[in-house]
Design a protein around this ligand. Sequence first.
Ligand SMILES: [Ca+2]
Ligand SMILES: [Ca+2]
Length: 167
Amino acid sequence: MKVNDSWGKVRGFIRKTVILGTTALLLLAFASPVLAEQKDDKKPQKKPGIVQFDNWSYQAKENKGEVTVNVKRHGGSDGKVTVKYCFCNANAQKNKDYVANNGVVTFEDGETSKTITIPIIDDKLKEPKEMFKIYLKSPTGGAQLGLTFTAWITIHDDDNKNKDSDE
Ligand SMILES: [Ca+2]
Ligand SMILES: [Ca+2]
């Protein structure tokens, strides 16, 4: 009797365990797609951000050798994005007053700030203020260009001692 009793208990225990286990497995099977879906819903959308210059105007001294402009990425920094840059002449002449090396700025995932260094040519000529324009184009990686995607660079001559260029 004793043996039978305990066997009965054991069987009861096993049955309960199996039922509980099956129920748990079934619950998991039903719940996991739902949980996964919720997880997907909560996953924030990728924000590659907006890329632009931090200023629309930069000043360069002719005898300083170079000018640095800042490119910022804001509103998100997800993933790698690139943006091309090129130059326009105004009264400053490409490769006479400054070196116009078109290029690409690359922001790695999480990066938000980059610089472009433009060599300025110290030409020893007496000149007025000279200006040229740099602009950003062709963003990749889902990034967009901001409003300040162009910037003016003013070269202040160091050979001309008149008022106009001596600031
Ligand atoms: Ca010059
Ligand atoms: Ca000069």
